[in-house]
Design a binder for this molecule. Sequence first.
Ligand code: NAP
Length: 290
Amino acid sequence: MTAFPNILVTGAGGKTGRHVIAALLARGARVRAWVRRPEQTASWPQDRVSRVAGDLMAPDLWTRALAGVDAIYHIPPNMFPDEEALGELAIASAERAGVRRFVYHSVLHPQVEAMPHHWHKMRVEERLIASSLTYTILQPTAYMQNLAAAWPGIRDEGVLRQPYTPDARISLVDLGDVAEVAARALLEPGHAYAIYELAGTPPLSQHEIAALFSQALGRAIRAERLDRDVWAARASGLSDDARDALLKMFAYYDRHGLTGNPHVLRWLLGRAPGSLARFVARLVASKPGD
Ligand SMILES: NC(=O)c1ccc[n+]([C@@H]2O[C@H](COP(=O)([O-])OP(=O)(O)OC[C@H]3O[C@@H](n4cnc5c(N)ncnc54)[C@H](OP(=O)(O)O)[C@@H]3O)[C@@H](O)[C@H]2O)c1
């Protein structure tokens, strides 16, 4: 028997979910992973990770998913247009099931109404704060791991292309650090009713990020704006809602960037957050398919 609680992780098959489950397993926790497709749990040890598979918007699945669960880590799917309705469903279901701890994976600066996917999270935070649950809210900035999308252009053409101005200053965070904080918030005492902004770096322009790639690769890398039409052609698989939300995010980044401060993350981790230089070194050393 483990002394750890049973933890439900939603959005478990995605980029964030996989990091959070790895961090929980590393600490000996037992996890129930909510994935959309059953095969998404294949790589996890079956004796430690149980599975719920299906649509997060299905109320009856919530009742089953929360049976015997002490804590929930709620990761809404990326650019999910029903995020507020999903938040309501998650919170109301957790209240009914008597879940002891609710940790919500939000985003840095949910207060920004100009970015719909941030604003939806603000509304969910508001609902959670007014709930009967013991909650913790994590507000990570953009992940360093997002740079993987730009890596082929950096490697093959020497250009870091983003669909916003290269002058945009954005704080980044290593998803591994976010997952470590998630595990702490779920497994350790002291995080009730806390809201934590999670940034691993100060705001960095895309030119500064390109300079780190130049150092790591030993050749010049420059930052450029990715033409919006080229971006739109590559993003043809996105829903209209997701495309609209992303275009609004790029327009916001053009004007304001996304500026955070690493102090809170350093305090939570008890060490320096993972640096962008270290992340870049890992990306440069990675093989296709890593
Ligand atoms: N990326 C960042 O820099 C960043 C920073 C801060 C916060 N966040 C937030 O982190 C959250 C997770 O992002 P992510 O990048 O980890 O997302 P992701 O990789 O797209 O993962 C989302 C997961 O949710 C699943 N899913 C989608 N719709 C579903 C539904 N209706 N029912 C059940 N499962 C469903 C997806 O299934 P499939 O695999 O089948 O598609 C996927 O496995 C988002 O809310 C995002 O706003 C992201």
